[in-house]
Unconditional design. Structure first.
Length: 348
């Protein structure tokens, strides 16, 4: 590595902006299910045809559909503002759109797999599986670069995974999907082996999504990528929801609550999450975004305390501190390695 390459490597470091975007992604990711929970609670008091008009299936479906509409509207406004330079700034890149289908498809399948898992598997197992994504990504990088894993980053990644276990507490043995009936049995059997395969699928999809989406988001316009993502996911969730519940239960559009909740959840929260996540992947990279998901239990607990008046436990606070320590170790090691590379490489 020459001096200019070393300096360029430092300039590509995520920095404070990348870390802020990764943390914002985690916060919005924690807010999304809480918004659905609030809507579900309201829906239980406004039954339509004897059933709650809000559920996680139509939450994912209509949330993405409303988000897609909001993004298309924003894209149109952007094109109106850039009329003099439309041919340069707002043309669709269909080649890049085709390349985006792979990570977007992985993410859509991951969302479905997570909802199924939380409806029938212990929450600790699911959370720990997701928390291991960063470890798997770091191992992938080591294999790709043919380097042995470094001790300090490995300890940091293990601390992040450990924080997820501490957040939930070993004494808890309940599913995160309380109130949800077991789902997806026609896809993966609800057995010990089937659930083990489901957890392995979640880990694999999560790793592939972060690994494949990072280069695409760095090349794509953020709005374009977000539109492609919400469009594909709307189609995937439409197929999944209709095969799970059918039209009779899912699409009672007479409920004004459904429209109001999805306007807030999809048009605002989901749209913000999609844009911020794409920006975070482009700026910070998939590994750092995955590491910051170690703060997800604390962020969920904090928002539940603020919005639902639930108790903020000591476990959540401790897990946040441990996750911060783990990420701090990893980032400090990266910074030290970059500085050492520049010091040891003389200018041309």
């Amino acid at each position: 590595m020459n001096y200019n390459q070393a300096r360029a490597k430092i300039s590509q470091a995520p920095g404070s902006t990348g870390i802020a975007l990764a943390l914002a992604t985690t916060g919005l990711e924690a807010l999304q299910p809480l918004a659905l929970v609030l809507a579900y609670q309201l829906g239980s008091t406004r039954l339509v045809n004897g059933h709650n008009p809000i559920n996680f299936c139509n939450g994912l479906l209509f949330g993405n559909a409303f988000s897609l509409a909001a993004l298309l509207l924003a894209r149109r406004c952007q094109r109106q503002q850039n009329k003099p330079h439309r041919e340069q700034n707002t043309a669709w890149n269909w080649t890049l759109a085709a390349r985006s289908l792979l990570p977007i498809g992985f993410n859509a399948l991951l969302e479905v797999a997570l909802v199924i898992a939380f409806s029938r598997i212990n929450a600790i197992q699911v959370t720990l599986t997701v928390a291991c994504t960063a470890i798997a990504l770091m191992a992938w990088d080591c294999l790709d670069q043919r380097k042995a894993p470094k001790i300090v980053p490995t300890i940091g990644a293990v601390l992040v995974a450990l924080s997820a276990w501490i957040a939930l507490g070993p004494e808890k043995d309940t599913s995160a999907g309380i109130g949800l009936s077991s789902m997806g049995a026609n896809l993966i059997p609800n057995t010990t082996v089937g659930n083990g395969l489901l957890l392995a699928l979640i880990l694999g999809l999560s790793v592939l999504y972060f690994k494949c989406s990072e280069p695409v988001t760095r090349e794509a316009d953020i709005f374009s990528y977000a539109i492609w993502q919400t469009g594909v996911q709307t189609v995937v969730f439409l197929i999944w929801a209709t095969t799970t519940f059918g039209f009779a239960h899912l699409y009672d559009l007479r409920s004004s609550l459904l429209w109001q909740a999805m306007l807030v959840y999809g048009g605002v929260i989901s749209t913000a999450y999609t844009l911020v996540e794409a920006a975070a992947l482009a700026k910070a990279g998939g590994t750092l975004v995955a590491l910051c998901e170690g703060f997800l239990p604390f962020a969920s607990g904090l928002l539940a305390w603020l919005l639902l008046r639930e108790q903020l436990t000591l476990n959540l606070v401790v897990s946040c501190l441990i996750a911060a320590a783990g990420i701090g170790l990893i980032e400090a090691q990266k910074l030290s390695s970059r500085d050492q590379a520049v010091i040891s490489t003389p200018p041309n």
